[in-house]
Ligand binder design. Sequence first.
Ligand code: E4P
Length: 211
Amino acid sequence: MLELYLDTADVEQVARFNECLPVKGVTTNPSILANSGIGLNQVLPVLAKILGSDARFHVQVVSQTVENMVKEARQIAALPYDMVIKVPATELGLAAIKLMKAEAIPVLATAVYSAHQGFLAALCGADYLAPYVNRIDAMGGDGVGVVADLQLLLDRHRLACKILPASFKNTQQALDVLKLGVGAITLPVDVAEQMFGHPAVQPAVDQFTRD
Ligand code: E4P
């Protein structure tokens, strides 16, 4: 079954969407946490209480060396929750991913901008790949095309790795990657809202109520 994540550390929004959607967990990055003004150690227990014991959390390392990335990953993985370590799929990041996987630490390769970059991360053992759909589009690329190529590569090479596309600005981008059969997706709050917030829905319901 598709794993549906929210790309936010806003606890009120997570609680809101958890009421009406099958939310698997939350993805964060250093920018999301910095903007939320609340630290990881404060927000995780609150999110875990909202989402329950099956919730999965994707948290990014911020260290700059392979050794420190692995140390940081061990610390995050030791937290008493279902944690996945986000590692930027750079040259150093790939080296860190290999070492983390040798210790069976769950890993998501993030900041994926091309199919070949993501494919290498999958070969290194990453459990998830996060292609940045809208950021690729915004650079004149084809975000959905990157996801399509990646899904094809994973299928052809029978790699047990899920694509968890990220960075969406509209529902069409989300719909297009869902049509490709990705195993997971993370939606920012505004796009999650747009998914069921078609402007014609409420007037139709109001008309039924009046009638
Ligand atoms: C998730 O892994 C990414 O950090 C995030 O979705 C990027 O989204 P943005 O392009 O809207 O910042």
